[in-house]
Design a protein around this ligand. Sequence first.
Ligand code: SAM
Length: 276
Amino acid sequence: MSEFLLKKITKLKEKKIPNPEIDLRVMINNSKLKNKEIIFSDFKLEQINIKKFNSLFERRLLNEPISKIINKKSFWKDSFFVNHDVLDPRPETEGIIEESIRVFKNRKEKIKILDIGTGSGAIAISLAREFLDASIVAIDISKKALKVAKKNIIDKRLENRIHLKNTTIDLINEDFDLIVSNPPYISKNELSNISREIKGFEPLIALDGGIDGLMFYRDFAINVPRLMKPNSYFIFEIGETQFDACREIFANSVLKFEKKVSDLQKKDRIMIFSKI
Ligand SMILES: C[S@@+](CC[C@H](N)C(=O)[O-])C[C@H]1O[C@@H](n2cnc3c(N)ncnc32)[C@H](O)[C@@H]1O
């Protein structure tokens, strides 16, 4: 490997950046001058715009996540534009798409979907790709996040099927076959201990779930049932320690608890309710 690359890897390691080789490969390829993948074994300095590379590299040394540096994050079957105004879509959130597909087996059904707190639009867009005749309302309180969602929706040519609204659920007056959400669910305590990569570069409004992290679930228990059609489903993400508290919050709800789903690390992640 070239001395240049070795030096850069050492520097990333000194700053305790996880996966230094992978990140370096991404930064090198995002600074390339020609449209051909650069591999480390035949890397030459002339292949990259060194000024651009240095700027990406300095940002990574300051712990900025690679996704925010290159404005790209993969989720489900697509790559999405991301910036500091939205939470990076996470692999564990893909469980919402998997469970939606499990519940609505007919992908051509004309279902109406609501995505609460759409952020980059990753969930709404992925569902639009899976359910070809679905119409989707995607809401967010953040105007800046909706700008990002709009860009992703236009990039994927889904403007006719996903309708963005700058609002909160208490102001919605329609009913849906499927409601999904990955709400902010970090508690005040957790927020003070969260990693620099998250705290410094993800918007607080996408993380802050109130004092105990459960604020949005309480709001859901009050507001979601009236937005659900008969035979509809509500599928949402929870924090890994929040299952019991969420069961309690929905204990007196008219909704029927269907199941919880854990991620690959066996952490509780998704809850599913239905309305009969
Ligand atoms: C955890 S992020 C999820 C983003 C995206 N759905 C995802 O899974 O990657 C939560 C989103 O909820 C939005 N949000 C926060 N409070 C809200 C509220 N009261 N009503 C609607 N959206 C809200 C935030 O702006 C943020 O985009």
